[in-house]
Every structure is written in structure tokens, then in C-alpha cells.
Design a protein. Structure first.
Length: 158
């Protein structure tokens, strides 16, 4: 019995070492890390009215099928608008993860997006939590190309 008690501290120390060496769970990605990819439109609404659904056959604004928002880790942004025009610029996420700002947007001819104010800047409010596969954005000001309406975009990746 005494010999058994002598081995007890050794066993306890071994278990303590084994537990402390176990792997910890990887931290959850940040909102910025989740945003860093290329997004497409799943559902688009203009002034609260659904105008596009991915795979839909009765879309009133089918141009949303070509909409792409590419956000790179180095803060580079690429936006392919509803009319097919591609703009490049930069992007930033607010510290509270509620506002996405695309800035310095220009197409290959140097033109800025119609109605961007200030020129070349589009601001979106994030109306959902950013996950690895979905995010919902809403224009912070009316979009002239959408008939001066607020646009709500449910984006997906892939």
C-alpha cells in the first residue's frame, strides 16, 4: 500500500503535464478576415422590394447576377457593378464592424461610380454578422443606379 502511495504524486504530475500540452482551439476569424474574399449576390432588394434572387427566373434586375465584390487582405477592393462596369479601389471596415467603406473607386477609364459621394466612395452598413459564407450589406445613402433607392444585398461566398 505504501509503494502505491509513492507512485501517486508521479502519476498526478504526469497527468498534469499531459493536460497542459493539449491543443487549444483555434481562435474564431475576425469580421475583417471573414470579409476578405469575393462575394456574389444571393438576394437584392431595392427600397425593400426584392428585385433579384440567385437562380431566380423572374428577376426584375437580372444584372445583380454579375455583381461581384472582391475584398483582398491588403485592403484592395474590386467591385463589378450591376451594369457590368468594374471598379478598383480600397476598402476599410469600421472598428465596430458595422460599416464597410469602398474608397478611391475608379474604372479602367478613370471614371468613378455614378452617384458616389464623395466621388469614388461607397459606404455600406453591415446589417448582419459577417460569417465565412454570408454577409448582408445596405447602402448608407440612396443608389442613383437603383433609382435613388437604398439597396440591400445579401452576399454569399462562394
Amino acid at each position: 500500500m505504501r509503494k502505491s502511495l509513492l507512485y501517486l504524486p508521479i502519476l498526478f504530475a504526469f497527468m498534469l503535464v499531459a493536460i497542459s500540452c493539449s491543443k487549444t482551439a483555434a481562435p474564431e476569424p475576425t469580421a475583417k478576415e471573414n470579409l476578405t474574399k469575393t462575394w456574389t449576390v444571393s438576394i437584392a432588394k431595392e427600397a425593400g422590394v426584392q428585385v433579384y434572387q440567385k437562380g431566380g427566373t423572374t428577376n426584375t434586375v437580372p444584372g445583380y447576377s454579375g455583381y461581384r465584390l472582391g475584398l483582398a487582405a491588403a485592403s484592395a477592393a474590386t467591385l463589378t457593378a450591376v451594369d457590368g462596369t468594374t471598379f478598383t479601389g480600397t476598402w476599410a471596415l469600421s472598428s465596430d464592424n458595422k460599416t464597410l467603406t469602398l474608397a478611391n473607386l475608379k474604372n479602367s477609364a478613370g471614371a468613378t461610380p455614378t452617384g458616389s459621394n464623395p466621388a469614388g466612395t461607397i459606404v455600406y452598413n453591415l446589417t448582419s454578422t459577417v460569417t465565412a459564407t454570408t454577409v448582408t450589406l445596405e447602402t448608407a445613402s440612396p443608389d442613383l443606379k437603383a433609382g435613388s433607392k437604398i439597396v440591400n444585398l445579401q452576399l454569399v461566398n462562394p
